[in-house]
Design a protein around this ligand. Structure first.
Ligand SMILES: Nc1ncnc2c1ncn2[C@@H]1O[C@H](COP(=O)(O)OP(=O)(O)OP(=O)(O)O)[C@@H](O)[C@H]1O
Ligand SMILES: [Mg+2]
Length: 378
């Protein structure tokens, strides 16, 4: 098991352009996305250079935590393992070669701006020291990984030892994951008899499965049950990562509270009405209050980026189950005044044609799981 998180960036990024470039592949791969409200699994098989979809499935975690479907859970490892085994069985998964996602909530992602000339080897000493300012626990308790964000070509030069030296300020994307989190996921794998070589941060899985060689800055919104994860990605590289402290569960809670109904009833209304005032104007207006909050938080992230780098976001890609809210795509278009599309991760897989329409609709929910399985095949 790769504890040091080494290569999470490089693998995540190279596979964007060459999903099957490496020969270190396995024939079957199971992507496992343990979200706060549900587990998603996707099994792919490599056949003739293609990733063939074998099976996929989703299971709500609510009932395992004695709460509702769609609700955020905080389960013990044993319960997660039990749920994972259930979804594996229900979905007829046949491989134990797995990759599991580390949720953004269990990690920290930030960029460090480092001045002056720094060699690659110096970086490995400097980053753990600089990262301390961002990490609220002792640095010995976390696994760190980083990726130097490429600058304009002229800011690089090579020294006599052929080591890459950076002339001006460099920006480094750093990921920190608590060791306890890694042991928890390792424990889940052990309890479920699954084998895995590495973990991956969910954002990188999303990029692999839902991006299509976009060079211009793209805003990726993963609308989950507990939080909304926002990233700005340029040529496959994460430039900004931000978590909006609201998710789709908050919408359900607001509906339940405002209308004095149960969570279960509110969840149904959320899914059937969405932002469509013609169906139910009261429900739609409650939902739009929550969406406005999330959009305005995202807008400030976008504005800060556009100002700092003097570049505009070219489009928005929506993923996560919460993004299936009726009218959200149109609402995002209206709010951000740019192209908005849904992630279509299954388009990177081969599947029977008759499944096409359903895979397109459920794609956003499975974006992380598909990306994980694709990684394993690469
Ligand atoms: N058709 C729909 N309309 C509106 N909301 C929906 C729809 N389908 C699912 N959701 C909501 O999506 C959320 C689940 O999304 P997702 O599976 O991406 O979350 P998660 O991965 O469990 O959460 P997180 O990523 O925050 O840990 C739930 O809150 C659910 O109510
Ligand atoms: Mg999620």
């Amino acid at each position: 098991m790769d504890n040091s998180l080494k290569k999470i960036f490089s693998e995540g990024l190279t596979s964007l352009s060459s999903v099957f470039a490496s020969n270190k592949f396995k024939d079957d791969a199971l992507g496992i996305d343990i979200g706060s409200s549900s587990i998603k699994v996707v099994q792919l098989k490599k056949k003739g250079g293609k990733a063939v979809l074998q099976t996929y499935g989703v299971l709500s975690l609510g009932p395992y935590g004695k709460t509702d479907i769609g609700a955020v859970t905080n389960l013990q490892t044993e319960d997660i393992a039990r749920a994972l085994l259930d979804v594996i069985k229900e979905s007829n998964v046949t491989t134990n070669s797995a990759v599991i996602a580390i949720p953004s909530l269990s990690s920290l992602i930030f960029t460090l701006s480092l001045p002056g000339k720094i060699s690659e080897s110096q970086l490995s000493k400097i980053i753990p020291i600089e990262a301390r300012k961002y990490i609220p626990v002792p640095i010995s308790e976390v696994a760190l990984d980083w990726f130097v964000i490429p600058q304009e070509a002229e800011s690089f030069e090579t020294d006599t030892e052929n080591e890459s030296i950076v002339k001006s300020n460099i920006e480094v994307l750093v990921v920190a994951i608590h060791n306890d989190t890694l042991s928890k996921y390792r424990d889940i794998l052990k309890k479920t008899n699954l084998h895995s070589d590495s973990f991956e941060m969910e954002i990188f899985s999303n990029i692999r499965s839902s991006f299509n060689h976009d060079l211009a800055p793209v805003l990726l919104i993963d609308f989950g049950a507990s939080k909304t994860k926002v990233s700005i990605v340029e040529a496959g590289i994460v430039r900004v990562f931000h978590v909006v402290n609201r998710g789709s569960q908050d919408i359900t809670k607001n509906i339940a509270q405002s209308m004095a109904i149960t969570f279960e009833e509110a969840e149904k209304l959320k899914r059937s009405v969405g932002l469509d005032a013609k169906i139910d104007s009261k429900v739609a207006s409650i939902i739009s209050l929550s969406i406005d909050y999330i959009f305005s938080d995202i807008s400030s992230v976008v504005l800060a980026y556009e100002k700092k780098y003097n570049k505009n976001i070219s489009k928005i890609i929506l993923v996560g189950g919460g993004s299936l809210l009726q009218g959200l795509l149109e609402g995002a278009k209206e709010n951000f005044k740019i192209e908005v599309i849904y992630g279509n991760p299954f388009s990177k897989t081969e599947a029977p044609a008759f499944l096409g329409p359903i895979l397109e609709v459920s794609g956003p929910e499975f974006s992380v799981a598909v990306g994980l399985a694709l990684r394993q095949l690469s």
